[in-house]
Design a protein around this ligand. Structure first.
Ligand SMILES: NC(=O)c1ccc[n+]([C@@H]2O[C@H](COP(=O)([O-])OP(=O)(O)OC[C@H]3O[C@@H](n4cnc5c(N)ncnc54)[C@H](OP(=O)(O)O)[C@@H]3O)[C@@H](O)[C@H]2O)c1
Length: 283
């Protein structure tokens, strides 16, 4: 990689000037798209052409697959995560494939405060001028166990990453998204985010909170902006987080992140422009 524009040691964005002209063209089949369920959505190759999309937790698991999928469908993806090397790997794959130039934005959501999000919003506004998509994907599982014994410090960490960071980032980025025409904010929920389950502790509570955040914001944006706000529920997916929660499970019985991308594409692309305030299952 070359030409990094560093802001400070922990907080920088890297920008590259590749043209998007190499993206293949394909016309969409509106009839097929509209009648297909989100999990079976057949995305046109150029679905996200010209879109700027920020993905959190873009270095691994579902976030990595989403970032690569969005780039493959024409988006310029801003890769956010806490481990720069992982983000660089994703960046390199995008570059090798000749997809639109990505940007890297390392950030630890656990330690970030509102001024970090304001800096992020100002940087995106300056470098891109618009933001059409925001996938809140980064998440912390924490330790599983009964609430009666749940570590309060772990509770704070999980809520900081899974809820407070989402709120602060969304608040900071909303102005540029409102100015960008059709835009999609997508939060990531879980099965334990709608029905409580023993031992899922702060993680489950954080996903309930995420759904509340999504529904409240969706209702507020309805009719006043072109920003739609929804949740995606990935279901059981073969990732490090899933393995941490179910160490005895055979991962090969689970779908890979790449296999659940249809609904992510549907919710990021303009075919879902009338979908607002919904929780959509990816499988
Ligand atoms: N996998 C499933 O079965 C499943 C089911 C339901 C919901 N989900 C949800 O799907 C989303 C993605 O999960 P996953 O399974 O792909 O998990 P994963 O493989 O553990 O990936 C989580 C990602 O979040 C990033 N992250 C964690 N803490 C962070 C922090 N403090 N700052 C910045 N980035 C941070 C990680 O970065 P590093 O790699 O640098 O640590 C990683 O890229 C999560 O919201 C999760 O709750 C997953």
């Amino acid at each position: 990689m070359n030409n990094p524009i560093r802001q400070d040691e922990t907080h920088f964005i890297q920008l590259f000037g590749r043209s998007q002209d190499t993206m293949p063209q394909q016309h969409r089949n509106e009839e097929n798209v509209i009648t297909t369920a989100a999990s079976e959505y057949a995305a046109p190759q150029d679905l996200l052409k010209g879109k700027i999309i920020l993905v959190t937790g873009a270095g691994a698991g579902i976030g990595k697959a989403a970032a690569l999928t969005f780039a493959r469908h024409g988006a310029t993806v801003i890769l956010l995560g806490r481990t720069t090397e992982k983000l660089e790997t994703v960046y390199d794959i995008i570059e090798e494939n000749g997809w639109p130039q990505a940007a890297i934005y390392p950030m630890n959501l656990e330690g970030a405060a509102i001024h970090d999000y304001e800096t992020m919003a100002a940087t995106i506004e300056k470098e891109f001028g618009q933001l059409h998509g925001l996938l809140h994907n980064a998440g912390l599982l924490g330790k599983l166990g009964p609430l009666s014994q749940y570590d309060p410090d772990m509770w704070q960490r999980v809520m900081q990453v899974n809820v407070n960071a989402e709120f602060m980032m969304t608040q900071a980025l909303l102005p540029v998204m409102r100015e960008s025409g059709l835009a999609s904010i997508l939060f990531t929920t879980s099965n334990v985010g709608h029905k409580g389950r023993a031992n899922w502790g702060a993680y489950a509570v954080s996903k309930f909170a995420t759904e509340g955040l999504m529904q409240t914001l969706a209702d507020e944006e309805e009719g006043i902006s072109q920003v739609r706000v929804n949740c995606i529920n990935p279901g059981r997916v073969r990732t490090a987080m899933r393995a941490g929660a179910y160490p005895g499970e055979d991962p090969m019985t689970l779908k890979a992140p790449e296999e659940i991308m249809a609904a992510y594409l549907y919710l990021m692309g303009d075919d879902s422009q009338k979908v607002n305030g919904q929780t959509v299952n990816a499988q």
